[in-house]
Design a protein around this ligand. Sequence first.
Ligand code: SF4
Length: 416
Amino acid sequence: MSEATVEPIWLARLPHEWPSAPVWMSVSSLQSIEACPRRWSLSLASYPDIWSYRGYPPRVYLATLQGHVLHGALELIVKSLARAGCSSVASEDFINVMRGLGGYTNIVERTIAIVLTKLTSNPRFTARSRHVIGELKKTAPTLRENLQILTSKLRLEPAYFGIGGEQQERQVLRDGSYAEIELRVPSMHWHGFVDILTLSESKCEIVDFKTGEPSPEHEEQIRIYSLLWARDSDLNPHGRIADTLTLSYSKGEVAVKPLSSSELITFEKALMLRTNDALATVQQIPPRAVPSIGNCTFCSVRHLCDDYWIEATQKQLAKGQSEALPSELRKLTDIEVEIEQQESPSVWHGTILSSRLPSSTSSVLIRIPPETHSPSGLIKRGRRLRITDALVIDQTEGEPKFPVISLSKVSEVFVV
Ligand code: SF4
């Protein structure tokens, strides 16, 4: 297989065109740019050789898919309840709505199917799809349980007249509950989608559903939503302020202290300063890279990031990983190698060009078990490769004095 015949997705090539700064800022864009501007830009740049969509095909992580499934299933339930005018999970209407949707298990299975369908065009997914699909389906009972818990906490107002994303026009919101409602503030160039906004005479509540563990970023997100709500003059012309901010996790709810009018003014000024900094940062080509264990471990585009593969970065990351990563992730490593001779059909020798392996030699033995999903034709003598998430094999006495790694079901191999 010459380089010309390597599928473009497995070539570590910089983008054809870097992305422009976002016209409308969102919480995810701001938090992502601030964490690592290079990652944001590489992820959203254009790669016409690989596919016709915007951005780099994302690496498919099980936790991300689980989040999509839970969010999609909840959205379906909330919108169906809204359509039926149902306000209480204890009512007969609720039972009828859930029966109409086929019950929790059916909802989860349908949503898994939708999430997986959206992935079929991702060329990076196809290589390992069977493994990821199998893992996701195995977690369906847990997803069902979490969905049931989150649904049981729903507090909705009965006077619905709009269902968020299905609204045709942006108009003043009356009392009621709204799912997936878009808040937009042209003067700030900011927008965001709120999971549930509930308005009544006595209450103005924003609820955001979350998977995973509580984090300061989640609190910041719901506070930003409260600012956008207060400043959205189409939906909220009188500038009513949210008095209840709730983060809803399957393990429980977290109440976030709402901001007063004067606090919102200070918060807005600080947010706009951060926004302007972020916009300036992503206009540099290439934008600054911010390597850290927290940023790089799950970075979907790290094989494209030259700063990540320099020795100084790998040394810095090696120091931090023992404290920051759980033991199962510490067994995985990224390595840049030049392939030398083939030892057997499934074993190659390589020269280490960059790695975090604690090694006094520059050689590495690379095993390629039959179940690996990476195209084995990529591994050829003289080729420079970036291998991500390879498994570090423990060695016993008498075994080779240089490190041994094995491609695993989650490893990827890119030709540099
Ligand atoms: S590898 Fe690390 S430094 Fe490079 S883009 Fe990804 S997160 Fe940023």
